[in-house]
Design a protein around this ligand. Sequence first.
Ligand SMILES: [Zn+2]
Ligand SMILES: [Zn+2]
Length: 771
Amino acid sequence: MPDLDPLELLERLAAGRSDRLLHVEQVPSRAGTSVGWPDWVDPVLRDAWTRTGVALPWAHQVDAADLAHDGRHVVLATGTASGKSLAYLMPALSSVLEGTRALNGRGTTALYLAPTKALAHDQLRSIGELRVDNLRVAAYDGDTVDEERAWVRAHAGYVLSNPDLLHRSMLPGHERWASFLRALQYVVVDECHVYRGLFGSHVGNVLRRLQRVCARYGSTPTFVLASATSGDPAASASRLVGLPVAAITDDASPRGSTSFGLWEPPLTDHGGENDAPTRRTATAETASLLTDLVVEGARTLAFVRSRRGAEAVAMTARETLGEVEPELADRVAAYRAGYLPEERRALEDALRSGELLGVAATSALELGVDVTGLDAVLLCGWPGTRASLWQQAGRAGRARRDALAVLVARDDPLDTYLVHHPEAIFGAGVEATVCDPTNPYVLGPHLCAAAAELPLTDDDLPMFGPGARDVADSLVERGLLRVRPGGWFWTRPERASDLADLRGIGGGLVRVVEDETGRLLGTVDPGAAHATVHTGAIYVHQGATYVVDHLDLADAVAVAHREDVDYTTSARDTTDIGVVGEIARTPWGDADLVHGHVEVTNQVVAYLKRRYLTGQVLGEEPLDLPPRHLRTQAVWWTVSAEQLVTAGLDDLDVPGAAHAAEHASIGLLPLVATCDRWDIGGVSTALHPDTGRMTVFVYDGHPGGAGFAERGFAAARTWLTATRDAIAACECRDGCPSCVQSPKCGNGNEPLDKDGAVRLLDVLLGGAPTS
Ligand SMILES: [Zn+2]
Ligand SMILES: [Zn+2]
């Protein structure tokens, strides 16, 4: 491996196309601070860690471990490779080990929860490598065989599992876990930043149910959470577990410096909608950069959002290399989901050893996979959050090695804004992870599950939030719960935990089935089915493309056939919105900013075909689907008629200005909330019947809301200022996908008034409070 200077490497990449490299940030190196082992750490464990290479722990590991050992709930939110696991393993394994020795059996227990099975198994393996006698560690998940399950329930001290298993098996069957739960002293929630939005809201309720069941057995476990760097981790973690959580955020592990480049692909004249210019796709640009880095001999990992994109990047790089340096072509691979653990390990080893020089991966590789010391990381498109950005960029360099990272912008307002505003990436803290466990649509099924586990009493309700009683009452009305003197009871024959689907919105997923074989290709959220598996839609499964022949709404099934196509589809819809009630309102001068409940009526009316690699629009097909109704939360803003005059907007200009501002603001909401633009929707209108004024709504796309609109309301000034700046800064003339055009616009991106949107946002922001 040649010793590559990251900055020189970046300069060579940009040679002849320096206009694409908009910014280089030098992220300085950091010396580490190590401290002594806490004296309460079991000496046997301490020796084992020393033997496996941990000379002394870093300060942040000990700070978090000490708090947990004192019984304080704590979240450790630090960067990739900062050794978060040692922080929770010190207290958890020490107490499990001491308990085992003291009682010659099961003294205390600890439960480790990971968002994926793969991560739990990686953890199991690394604890096994400590080779500590008497430490009874076991995984318990869908792969655990029956005989082993009984042993784990009866004897294991440290159990590695996931929230899904807790929800479906451990909590409903808590009697079988009685001795484990009675002794439960620590609950470790690893990678807790993954629990955001609707998924986070579900997991928050599962953790509350766990606390309630533990209380029944007389235990009050201490929660230890590990998170990627995130904004206000104490608040996010407290919301997730429903308990006050302290945060440790000072990373004391050493790091080399990172040269971080922000890269914008060039505009092309491929016709977009309404003849707007489009940019070369981030996928094509990333493939070029990967090729160049491999030629330079740099071990490079490219993160691509979709599996299909990852495959396209690897394939394009291999093809190009095949022409210039054929012997390098075989040293580039795609990392696909669905790999077996052994295959994954082999690929990681090959990348680590340098046998492979380039890998294009989906973010599946982000979680708990051990690839260290790479030379460069390419990020194909904004990964959604600053937290993910640092997590992914952190794969390069590590421990005192200098590294290169390049973010390649996609053709949308958020990416464009970010590469033109490095301070929004490097100057701002990372965003807060939001979830809302009190969302009644999420809470309802969990109250049923809780009542099935143990009758629900008045005393239980506060932990589920202020609206829990209303939700319980409505469950009684719907015949799901029964009121008896001892509380609320679940008396129905079916399993209450089946009502909640942690990773979807529940209520019957739509199955996607192959026509010839009847094979199940996958499932789709019912809320997303109209937009993603309508007739003619392209559905991608394991890298292969399928064309949907028809969507049967009554049977919740979409039938598709295998066909190689070189285009993608995106649905077009129309949306009406009605205000149901306000939650909070802030006047901004003559303008108003409101957070409230809304009912959205949405109808998918057509779909658009675009060429896969260039994004060029090929055509539009109409669809005949019924409207859908959604009760959710929204943030909206209105301006007065006088303000429209001030903005120089006459009656004909207002719809285009409001529409353009709406599109860009949807694109920019992920700057302040951990959602992406597909989680939210918007409506703009020159005169809304419920507000009597020009109004722009941005709403959560899930029933009841997932906290995104609420977050937009709380951070409205930052959010809408960025929206205004993103539009103003775009170099196009009349609007393009980088600023005000939206790939999911129901109106074919018409009318859009780019300049009017800037003036409109200026008058709105003119009244915003300055603090
Ligand atoms: Zn533009
Ligand atoms: Zn639109």
